[in-house]
Design a protein. Structure first.
Length: 114
């Protein structure tokens, strides 16, 4: 979101899970946000983790960058392959009844990495 190690929501240090991932271009993140907002409007349900292909089209998995720690040497990082992966959006409902995007990130296909 910020392109730095500062969290775009809290202003504190950004924390990550097992994977550090990013959208390679802002346009894809905007398109994904529009997709999830349209789905929430259509279904009346919260946004759910969805295959990258469904959100951004075939071969869109190539437009993400990610790394994970090498289990054999935690001081080294290995690249993530997002083929078959998903996009996880997290929205917060505001007092005015509108949703604010809190975070959105790509995950690799389940079971692909340790």
């Amino acid at each position: 979101m910020t392109g730095t190690t500062t969290d775009g929501v809290s202003g504190r240090a950004h924390r990550v899970g097992a994977f550090a991932t990013r959208f390679d271009n802002a346009e894809d993140m905007v398109r994904a946000d529009a997709y999830f907002r349209a789905e929430m409007e259509r279904t009346g349900e919260d946004a759910i983790e969805t295959p990258i292909e469904d959100v951004l089209g075939p071969d869109a998995y190539d437009r993400f960058t990610g790394y994970y720690r090498d289990p054999a040497n935690i001081d080294k990082f290995k690249p993530v392959d997002f083929e078959g992966g998903t996009i996880r959006p997290v929205y917060h409902l505001m007092p005015n009844g509108k949703y604010r995007l809190h975070t959105m990130y790509a995950n690799p296909a389940p079971g692909r990495y340790p």
